[in-house]
Ligand binder design. Structure first.
Ligand code: ADP
Ligand code: MG
Length: 318
């Protein structure tokens, strides 16, 4: 496409430098030198305009989020990020858009020392695909298949915030900036993932919703789980945006896009898990228990099973 080389040069000029990048952007392919004895961990996620982010999302936020969702997958594996590639489909060759996009992408890449080593640039509907490459010691990766009956279920951060921002946006309601930043600039829990490697029995990041993602983990491990809704940590911003308990529960239990970690661990690891949270600078909360069966059940304070209401969003339009 016209101006492709100018765009690629803008991207190359801002890339993080790493000693293990033998050859980065500019040749037919990148050459990387992984450290001896480490396993390569690879994750890929695509963000499409209007599907994975609201149409009015700022380019810098799209850049941040495109990398963040991939680093979140590495975090959920207990991996340390190292490199990434970027495939951009753009409706027009727009240097201003690219520079804005890079403001967000690079800010997060620098935070975690991730080098962008290659990619592809094409013309088409706005779509951003990142592949992230990380490293983990053999046998240390956090997988979905390690949960055991009797394990605790934990969550990081305060689930539901990103979904509340999305609900406010789709209802045309006034937007809370704290919630909106949880949607637009999710924090990949990389430090926590690294601390949990060797400590947690299984982990997943929350992209589709707490109950849905925990169900993936349970399926992988051949177990069931019970979640206590009263135990879910609620942010002040979410409490203010969704004072109605059932609306709030629906956002917390079924809302996606938080990119927090949901993980399991043996009860004798409780002290170590809390320390891991302190070390990683994020709250971790025990929210339930792994059990027999194949079901993920959410229960209220009375122990009665709770099913999410189908339509709860109109609570935001007022
Ligand atoms: P080729 O035709 O050999 O595939 P390209 O012209 O597509 O080469 O790309 C030239 C160089 O720029 C390659 O090193 C490629 O990895 C890099 N590149 C292209 N687009 C991007 C992008 N969006 N982000 C990072 N690197 C890119
Ligand atoms: Mg190419």
């Amino acid at each position: 496409m016209a101006g492709e080389f100018d765009l690629i040069e803008r991207i190359r000029a801002r890339t993080v430098a790493r000693g293990d990048v033998v050859l980065g952007i500019g040749d037919d392919a990148a050459l990387l030198q992984p450290p001896a004895g480490q396993q390569l961990v690879i994750a890929m996620d695509t963000l499409n305009a209007g599907v994975h982010f609201p149409d009015d999302t700022a380019p810098a936020d799209i850049g941040w989020k495109a990398l963040a969702v991939n680093l979140s997958d590495l975090a959920a594996m207990g991996a340390a990020p190292a490199w990434c590639t970027l495939s951009l489909s753009l409706p027009a060759s727009d240097p201003v858009w690219i520079d804005g996009f890079l403001d967000g992408f690079d800010a997060l890449a620098r935070l975690h020392d991730v080098a962008l080593v290659g990619g592809d640039t094409t013309r088409g509907p706005l779509s951003v695909c990142v592949t992230a490459f990380g490293l983990v010691a053999p046998g240390m990766a956090l997988r979905r298949d390690g949960a055991r009956i009797g394990d605790d279920v934990w969550v990081s951060g305060t689930p539901g915030d990103a979904a509340a921002a999305l609900a406010q946006w789709s209802a045309g309601a006034p937007r809370d900036p704290a919630l909106r930043s949880r949607l637009d600039r999710p924090t990949p829990r990389l430090a926590l993932g690294l601390q949990l490697a060797g400590l947690a029995s299984a982990a997943i990041d929350i992209s589709d919703g707490l109950l849905a993602d925990l169900a993936h983990l349970c399926r992988g491990s051949g177990v069931g789980a019970t979640i206590e809704l009263e135990a879910l940590p609620v942010s002040d911003a979410l409490r203010a945006a969704a004072p109605d308990r059932d609306t709030r529960r629906a956002l917390q239990a079924t809302g996606g896009d938080d990119y927090e970690l949901c993980f399991t661990a043996s009860p004798d690891r409780r002290g170590a898990i809390l320390e891991a949270g302190v070390g990683a600078g994020v709250d971790v909360t025990r929210i339930g228990r792994i059990g027999a069966g194949a079901e993920v059940i959410a229960v209220g304070a009375d122990g009665a099973p709770w099913t999410p209401p189908r339509a709860g969003w109109d609570h935001f339009s007022g």
